[in-house]
Design a protein around this ligand. Structure first.
Ligand code: UT7
Length: 352
């Protein structure tokens, strides 16, 4: 008997970003605030990282709350209804539960049910990984519109006294809606990983000791007292070998960015903007130099205000750039994310 032919989804030629939204938490933490907890100075932090302030979400604002706020703004900007979403992707490493995902809750709150929903764990490359997946889903005809959210509440996973990373990190969320397009709006993704350097940035924790606390928190109740104590002692916090990551970012990421330009079939002359992950202003400046970006290319430096918000940093930085210079809309931007894994992702996009 011959195998009956089955239908396959109809492929789509082009995709683009239809809308962008963000959530910037209200609490501003200055360098002087940070210096109460670590032996540092406002001058050192500005010179070595470019950071002047970072934002932190209030205690009662969760990753899901921030993601929902940014997503609502992105949907409104795109003119897309939640019911039109064919998938909800949330890139984050700071949702306190490994499962269920933040994405399923976000989809429910938006009214996007029964859209498939899942989280992406790719740290500071999470947003670019999300764009790569959303782009592929729309191309493949698996979804009409896909919501991609990059969101972090890193303040929940900071040891304030850790001088290697605590002063860099901030909270926030950014979201985009990806969908069909009449012309090419997202270039091929150049993405990858190098797990041999998995120890360079990590969130270390003891699963057993945080289990009771997490379960109680998820159920909306109060954690048992002894579990709260365990949390204080063993709650996971971010750690990094700053120099290893710095060197890798400076030497390897400019090459990846160049590959994304090549894959899109353009040169840096064709860009209006460069929106790299906001890890350190010296990394951004070095990449600009290595890529030999022309003067007219506007470089996102949201890090000065927002610090490093991991998966949220690119959409937050893009939003600021477009708010300050609306004439960039419709132009080509190069975006690149990189971080714990180590992982990286880059693509050229048409600015929404
Ligand atoms: O988002 C994911 C990707 N993450 C990154 O890309 C982070 C990449 N790394 C970095 O941004 C930088 O490595 C840091 C900002 C974390 C550190 O800057 P650095 O220029 O690499 O500092 P360093 O570790 O080489 O230390 C230089 C000096 C040392 O003093 P001595 O030995 O020269 O006297 C450190 O003790 O700076 C000192 N130092 C500090 N001083 C004040 C290190 N951290 C601090 C600090 N405040 N927080």
């Amino acid at each position: 008997m011959s195998t009956p032919a089955i239908k396959q989804a109809t492929l789509r030629e082009h995709t683009r970003i239809h809308g962008l939204g963000i959530y910037r938490p209200s609490v501003v933490v200055t360098n002087d605030d940070v210096c109460q907890w670590i032996d540092s100075s406002d001058e050192w932090i500005r010179q070595r990282t470019g950071i002047v302030t970072r934002h932190r979400a209030p205690r009662d604002v969760s990753v899901v709350d921030m993601a929902e706020a940014a997503a609502r703004e992105a949907l409104a900007d795109a003119g897309v209804e939640p019911s039109q979403l064919g998938a909800v992707l949330v890139s984050t490493v700071t949702h306190p539960l490994a499962t269920p995902s933040a994405a399923a809750q976000v989809a429910d709150r938006l009214g996007a049910t029964p859209a498939p929903a899942y989280d992406i764990s790719a740290a500071c490359a999470g947003y670019c990984y999300g764009i790569a997946q959303a782009d592929a889903l729309v191309h493949a005809g698996s979804a009409d519109y896909v919501l991609v959210v990059g969101v972090e509440k890193l303040s929940d996973f900071i040891d304030n006294g850790d001088r290697t990373i605590s002063f860099i990190l901030g909270d926030g969320a950014g979201a985009v809606v990806i969908g069909p397009s009449e012309s090419a709006g997202i270039g091929p993704s150049v993405w990858g990983s190098d797990g041999s350097k998995h120890e360079a940035i990590r969130m270390s924790h003891s699963l057993l000791d945080i289990r009771d606390y997490s379960l109680a928190a998820a159920a909306g109740g109060n954690a048992p007292a002894e579990a709260a104590e365990a949390r204080a002692a063993l709650w996971p916090t971010m750690r990094q070998d700053g120099q290893t990551v710095f060197r890798w970012a400076v030497w390897e990421m400019a090459k990846v960015a160049q590959q994304a330009l090549d894959a899109a079939g353009i040169t840096s002359d064709d860009l209006v903007a460069f929106v790299p992950h906001q890890a350190n202003i010296r990394i951004i400046d070095e990449m600009v130099k290595q890529l030999k970006l022309p003067e007219h290319v506007q470089v996102a430096r949201d890090i000065v205000d927002a610090g490093n918000t991991s998966a949220a940093s690119i959409p937050l930085a893009m939003h600021r750039l477009l708010k300050e210079q609306p004439s960039l809309k419709g132009g080509l931007a190069l975006q690149i994310g990189f971080g714990a894994g180590l992982v990286f992702g880059a693509q050229v996009v048409v600015l929404p």
